[in-house]
Design a binder for this molecule. Structure first.
Ligand code: ADP
Ligand code: ASP
Ligand code: MG
Length: 412
């Protein structure tokens, strides 16, 4: 009997070069030698997925999604082979598996496929034979045997889904920071590592721009009750546990700040205010596969109103063209576009039970003369769209306002 079954995922920077791969291999072997069974999920070497995307875009601005997946999946395939070799070089047994070889079955939506089922038999067989199983992150296969990928950051999802399918004791996400922080530690030097974060909070933080975990992976973990430990590949310190919410967590209103510069805003002015207009407009946007995030509609004056909404920046031009077409049909006045925006958000399960949190956020932005263009709220978050140039300033100011940082040394 082994001590535990662990799924360990290593991100791109953790396997950034041969030296790091060897370091990771030694760490994995150590844990194996303590008597644990280990399934490793690995991402492509840092920068590789971007490089492959660029190559495709050099040939065409609109690469075919099936072919893109064929290209993108190679990054992870190289990484599993290299890591497997590095582990074997440490004198341990390892075997690599692509998504197809495991059989991580997905739907047909190339570049952002959903996992439908994982057949763990081959992985279990490797474990029974005393091997470390090394599985390619980010990739799967559909019923037609086509290679698919799971969206950017998708190796996190591979790891969580494998942990669920194998009923693993824990899913460890090894990355280049020590855990989930109150804000991006690259940006805010006083950001503090959170010992625990609730699934729901983490889903918000991730979908509002923090890269550290893929939002879909956290959703999956919540649904299947997978415990996630986010920690560093380079230090031994304990990281952040992503867990079910508990009462203690509500004591603080805001647990983190996130920001996102990947959206753009489209405004339609002078739209006739009658039933069916929003349905027509957003119906058309949805049909083209563009995902709308925030929507704001003003109250009408003289039977006319303005509608603003945000879309991923990569879909900005497509969305604007499409709206220009619909605008003629619905008799709108003008279409305005702005792709120099940022969304800044405060997140915390405590927002539910504390009052005045949103007002405090708006006041802090006002004090810096940062104009708020759009606002959206949920039970546990408040987001503001602002000019892109103020994003970093806003994050730092909000981090201070909600006193999220480490206390100065003399107060400790
Ligand atoms: P990996 O390649 O290991 O998957 P990612 O680059 O996807 O790593 O995610 C880790 C990065 O997420 C960190 O380097 C950090 O800059 C960024 N990040 C953004 N927000 C946060 C946050 N709140 N806590 C921790 N890291 C964050
Ligand atoms: N290599 C993929 C990406 O860069 C998947 C991942 O790193 O999780 O998005
Ligand atoms: Mg990642």
């Amino acid at each position: 009997m082994s001590l535990a079954l662990l799924v360990q995922k290593f991100g791109g920077t953790s396997v950034g070069d041969v030296g790091r791969l060897q370091h990771v291999a030694r760490r994995i072997v150590e844990v194996k030698e303590e008597g644990n069974e280990i399934v490793v999920v690995v991402s492509a070497i840092a920068g590789e997925t971007d490089r492959l995307l660029q190559l495709a875009h050099q040939i065409t601005e609109t690469p075919n999604a099936r072919e893109l997946d064929v290209i993108l999946a190679t990054g992870e395939q190289v990484a599993i082979g290299l890591l497997s070799l590095a582990i074997q070089a440490c004198g341990s047994k390892a075997r690599s598996f692509t998504g197809t070889q495991v059989r991580i079955l997905t739907d047909n939506v190339h570049t952002r496929a959903r996992i439908l089922n994982i057949d763990v038999e081959r992985v279990r067989q490797a474990l029974r034979e005393g091997e470390i199983a090394i599985v390619a992150g980010f990739q799967g296969v559909n019923v037609e045997e086509e290679v698919t990928t799971l969206g950017r950051g998708g190796s996190d999802l591979t790891a969580v889904a494998l942990a669920a399918a194998l009923d693993a004791d824990i899913c460890e996400i090894y990355t280049d920071v020590e855990g989930v922080y109150t804000a991006d530690p690259d940006l805010v030097s006083t950001a503090r590592k959170l010992p625990r974060v609730a699934y729901e909070e983490m889903i918000e933080v991730a979908s509002l721009g923090a890269r550290v975990l893929q939002a879909r992976a956290v959703e999956y973990a919540k649904n299947y009750n997978v415990s996630i430990h986010v920690r560093s590949s380079f230090t031994r310190n304990p990281g952040t546990m992503v867990v079910q919410e508990d009462r203690d967590m509500e004591r603080v209103a805001v647990s983190g700040i996130a920001y996102d510069k990947n959206e753009a805003k489209i405004t339609i002015t002078g739209v006739v205010d009658r039933p069916g207009i929003a349905a027509k407009l957003f119906g058309r946007v949805a049909e083209s596969g563009i995902v709308v995030d925030m929507i704001v509609q003003n109250i009408s004056q003289d039977g006319h109103t303005d509608i603003s909404f945000t879309v991923p920046r990569s879909d900005f031009h497509k969305a604007k063209e499409l709206v220009e077409g619909v605008a003629r049909e619905i008799g709108a006045n003008q279409i305005l576009g702005d792709d120099r925006i940022a969304k800044v958000s405060i997140v915390g399960v405590g927002i539910r039970t504390h009052s005045g949190v949103a007002a405090k956020m708006f006041a802090a932005l006002a004090a810096e003369k940062v104009n708020i263009m759009m606002i959206s709220t949920s039970e546990i978050k408040v987001s503001c769209v602002i000019e892109e140039q103020y994003a970093e300033l806003a994050v730092r100011v909000l981090h201070d306002t909600f006193q999220l940082g480490d206390p100065p040394a003399e107060e400790r």
